[in-house]
Design a protein around this ligand. Structure first.
Ligand SMILES: Cc1cc2nc3c(=O)[nH]c(=O)nc-3n(C[C@H](O)[C@H](O)[C@H](O)COP(=O)(O)OP(=O)(O)OC[C@H]3O[C@@H](n4cnc5c(N)ncnc54)[C@H](O)[C@@H]3O)c2cc1C
Length: 312
């Protein structure tokens, strides 16, 4: 990324956290529908049905699917219960449709902002419902202030449910220790570079050092025969893993976000790599979409064009 793009990216990540701006945009009857048009490239729609339709499309094309009802930092118990119920409905629908999908979520969406106990009760309920329907769950990783609590809840649920996996952010310095710590647990490990802005001393920025670390973590997981989701769009990493003949390992799936590098995912699928698409739906898409633009600033051009063209 150029310096100007890095500045733009960091500013976007900062404003993504601005609750006043978010509330203002979401309550604006003029701006919200306009921005929603630009969000469509990354988000299937606002309703569960939109997510399921999109998921079925990818399923038919031979990709596995992760689905997320977008949201995070839910602060009242009632809202947390509503979110948990939405995920339960999603799990039931996926089971009914016979789709062996993964349901992905932030623990702060289903209770962690109220208490860890509430998050755990909801997590356990979802894990049991998922097990009955042949579905797996994947816990997303949030800002580093929450990492200890998220890992602790993951370890707790792992004692009784092997269908729950965890996301680790390769860019955080602490992750090499966290990875060693959870390798003995059976759940899938999803490796991502990391989307959140962190303090300089806590993380490694995008670089070849970070890419090497990513490859090292993949190798470590496979040495332990651990199932892993290689969640990246970075062609350099994927090419290197291919050269090492690690991509077609049955323990590996390559997972990408819907709307980002579908060409690359299709190519990998044609080369017999297990592929997966991460589909999102819901009205809380603001932070999610801002992150997609921040990690690849040229997306702002596509976003603006989508808004204008759809409005004409
Ligand atoms: C399945 C999945 C789940 C995730 N879950 C989490 C999570 O729980 N917590 C978390 O912090 N982060 C999560 N992320 C986001 C992740 O941390 C990265 O921010 C994101 O994947 C971009 O990093 P990258 O590995 O693709 O590499 P980058 O170095 O960011 O990008 C490499 C190249 O990929 C392409 N690219 C990357 N992003 C985009 C984009 N938005 N649009 C167009 N091209 C792009 C560009 O060509 C870019 O040069 C997840 C990502 C995926 C794929």
């Amino acid at each position: 990324m150029y310096t100007s793009e890095k500045r733009f990216s960091n500013s976007l990540k900062s404003i993504a956290r601005d609750q006043h701006l978010k509330t203002y945009l979401q309550n604006s009857s003029e701006l919200y529908p306009l921005l929603a048009k630009g969000a469509k490239r990354f988000v299937a729609g606002e309703r569960r049905e939109d997510g399921l339709v999109r998921a079925k499309e990818f399923h038919t094309q031979g990709h596995a699917v992760s689905l997320e009802y977008i949201g995070e930092n839910t602060i009242t118990k009632e809202e947390c219960v509503r979110s948990k119920e939405e995920f339960k409905g999603l799990i039931t629908d996926l089971g009914r449709l016979g789709m062996k999908a993964t349901v992905s979520f932030d623990l702060s969406h289903i209770g962690m902002m109220v208490s860890d106990d509430l998050a755990f009760i909801h997590l356990e309920e979802l894990a049991s419902a998922a097990a009955k329907n042949g579905i797996s769950l994947m816990i997303s990783m949030e800002e580093s202030q929450k990492t200890d609590r998220i890992l602790s809840l993951y370890k707790r649920i792992s004692k009784t449910h092997s269908n729950v996996g965890i996301t680790l952010q390769v860019h955080l310095n602490r992750t090499s220790i966290d990875l060693e710590d959870i390798l003995s647990l059976s759940g899938n490990i999803r490796l991502v570079k990391g989307a959140y802005q962190e303090g300089e001393e806590q993380y490694i920025p995008r670089s070849s050092e970070l890419n090497n670390r990513y490859i090292h973590f993949v190798t470590t997981c496979l040495e332990h025969d651990h199932p892993i989701s290689v969640a990246t769009h970075d062609e350099t990493i994927l090419t290197e893993l291919k050269k090492k003949d690690l991509l077609r390992n049955p323990r590996v799936e390559v997972e990408m976000l819907d709307g980002v590098r579908p060409d690359l995912l299709r190519r990998l699928h044609d080369e017999d790599v297990n592929t997966k698409v991460y589909v999102t739906y819901g009205s809380e898409w603001y932070l999610y979409v801002v992150h997609r633009i921040a990690e690849y600033p040229p997306n702002i051009y596509t976003f603006i064009s989508d808004v204008i063209e759809e409005s004409m």
